[in-house]
Design a protein around this ligand. Structure first.
Ligand SMILES: [Mn+2]
Length: 354
């Protein structure tokens, strides 16, 4: 098992690559979607949260990430002595109608296929994605973690419908007519996922890229009046069974699974790692269950992180583990300190089980 760090778009620079290397990471997982460029409620410095207007504007709909752009970033990462393990998330600008079953769906799926081919050609092995209409919404920030550290959590459900022009907690059309996104049924959403997997998995197989699905964060049957797909551990299997392939796998988020009201996080880690369906792991800790939970320091929540590492090791998981999120520590560099703390813990944990 290998230690990695997730970096947001604005962190893709030499200094952050060195920080990861200094903390003992060998791999990076990077976000190319910019969650922070335009929302007044969602400022850089920590993981994105934001109010009901979401994370602001999605990217340029006419411009998917090019082969040149991907290889340039990979080269810089390699120059810092690190490997690029995964790109995390598609831009809502590039797949809103795949999620919403809208008129641009066919064109967008063709563009996503080109993107996957470019990612494969650039030698990047994994793409993480989250097939969700509402996206990561409904969370709040507060001094929830040990020593009054600022962390993220949830204080009850969020049912307020999404404004028109929004999907995946971002705005893809700022000129959309007033109104709300019509509520889909769970069956419709599963059918949209099936379309996505049927189209994408064969291309991913050819390109040598693994598609890795993140569960719904927060894991609830419905958020912002839209259904969700993977909000119980058993629903991972439903997703995998839609299109069985070694390239159809999971971005296994331990924190999100621990927040699920049903099921057992250790059993889920056991099941999916034994079946070799874990592409990479988000490993953070949490207290409580959705819609009432708080993220905690890695050693301080309800998850026995060492037990998770032992299960992964026993089942031969050889991929990358990243801290996902960490509480902000009170100092001049709250994000860095929080991540360094989590990485140090994981580094020792991996040393102990490897
Ligand atoms: Mn996660």
């Amino acid at each position: 098992m290998k230690l990695g760090l997730g970096l947001y778009r604005h962190q893709l620079d030499r200094q952050h690559f060195q920080f990861a290397k200094q903390a003992g990471c060998t791999h990076l997982v990077i976000h190319l979607v910019d969650y922070f460029r335009s929302s007044r409620s969602n400022l850089p410095g920590d993981q994105p949260v934001g109010d009901d207007s979401g994370w602001g504007l999605a990217g340029d709909p006419g411009k998917t990430w090019s082969f040149e752009e991907l290889t340039a970033i990979k080269k810089e990462i390699n120059a810092a002595g690190l490997e690029l393990e995964a790109i995390e998330n598609f831009d809502p600008a590039h797949w809103h109608d795949v999620l919403l079953d809208g008129p641009k769906k066919e064109q967008q799926i063709e563009n996503l296929k080109k993107l996957i081919r470019n990612i494969g050609r650039a030698g990047i092995p994994i793409v993480g994605y989250n097939f969700s209409i509402a996206g990561v919404a409904g969370r709040v920030k507060g001094r929830f973690a040990r020593g009054d550290a600022e962390a993220v959590g949830m204080n009850g459900p969020l049912d307020k419908p999404l404004h028109s022009g929004m999907v995946w907690n971002m705005v893809y059309d700022k000129n959309a007519a007033p109104g709300v996104v019509p509520t889909a049924t769970a069956e419709q959403l599963w059918a949209r996922l099936k379309f996505f997997l049927d189209e994408m998995v064969p291309v991913a197989e050819e390109a040598g890229v693994t598609l890795a699905a993140h569960p719904d964060d927060p894991p609830l049957p419905s958020v912002r009046a839209q259904p969700r797909l993977v909000w119980q551990p058993g629903l991972f299997q439903k997703l995998l069974d839609l299109k069985p392939s070694p390239r159809n796998a999971l971005e296994f988020c331990v924190g999100t699974v621990a927040e699920m009201a049903d099921g057992d996080v250790y059993e889920a880690v056991e099941t999916y790692s034994r079946r070799k369906k874990v592409a990479y792991v988000h490993l953070r800790n949490v207290r409580g269950k959705a819609p009432y939970y708080k993220e905690t320091f890695i050693d301080d929540g309800e998850v026995d992180v060492m037990r998770v590492l032992r299960i992964l090791k026993k089942n031969g998981f050889d991929g990358v583990i990243i801290p996902d999120h960490a509480p902000q520590m009170s100092c001049a560099a709250p994000w860095h300190a929080g991540m360094a703390y989590a990485l140090g813990f994981l580094q020792a944990g991996l040393r102990a089980v490897n």
